[in-house]
Design a protein around this ligand. Sequence first.
Ligand code: SAH
Length: 349
Amino acid sequence: MIMNGRLIYDCTFEELKDILVGMGEKPFRAGQIFKWVYEGVSSFDEMTNISKPLRQKLAEVFTFDGVRFIKSSGSMKGNSEKLLLALSDMHTVESVLMRHEYGVSLCVSSQVGCKMHCAFCASGADGYVRNLTAGEIIAQVMYANKMLAENGEGKVSMLVFMGSGEPFDNFENVIKSIKIMHSPEGLNIGYRNFTISTSGLVEGIYSLAREELPINLSISLHAPDDELRKELMPIAKRHTIKELIEASSFYFNATGRRVTMEYLLIKDVTDTVEKAKQLASLLKHTGFHVNLIPYNEVEGLPYVRSSPSRINTFMDILKERTVNATCRDSLGKDINAACGQLKRGYVGN
Ligand code: SAH
């Protein structure tokens, strides 16, 4: 069983300092303790420059048990690995570790399940359970770092919020987790190395812009017109594509960070020549980058992945019309990397 106690990763540096001062300790201890925590120790006993009585006191207040490993599935190419992790209440979330030439990135979950109910997505299909705390988001990274260290590999240096959940539906905790991971006393990851992906919560985009942090933004557009988008994504009933594009431009102007439009390629639904032309005229002159994602099929859902020739044609149409597009090498296909798929396999077993 996972021990009770406050998850140590839920504490900002300042909060830890206050707690220590409240215990009658000197504030500089916070720096020593934070350093140990983010170097990846899993107990206070490993903190050799901290007195034993203080270590014991801290162990009564805090826990390191954010996530427990359940199972993983690796890709054939060996460069990505999907992890199924259990939280303290035994709900499970997924994280995907991706090894690139330029470093290791981790795709993290921000909620157990999701409220957005996109028609094509496994996470939404299973319903919403709860938000993750900031510490539970960080715990996914700390677990990945531990795994990497065991293999003699480097640490996670880039984070994408593309696991299960809608990050802007858990705004406070997501931002808190990013600030802790960014802090020099924490993991010291630059804001430019974080990407938040949203299904299109317009108010969340403006809120993030107000934070004035150079975080990358990805928008799950997936359709070039409101009619099709409403069929695929219920959020499209709340905000039009026009509102979404306005908010994205505002974000770009406020932060200078590139905004990426994610576009799923689903056979005969989103991947036709007509849709490609519509998408090109929608995004021409906006400066947004388009990332085409070949759909990962989900058991029980009717959607089918586009063929490679359809994908190429779609890409060519965008390029001819000077829309900047790339196609995500679907690292995930052979590891069930689409949202919620590994979890489904597990829950269903
Ligand atoms: N809720 C956020 C982030 C999580 S989903 C969002 O919607 O952006 C991360 C991305 O994976 C989104 O673009 C989502 O639409 C996409 N996705 C969901 N199911 C998928 C599937 N079966 N195949 C490929 N991409 C999928």
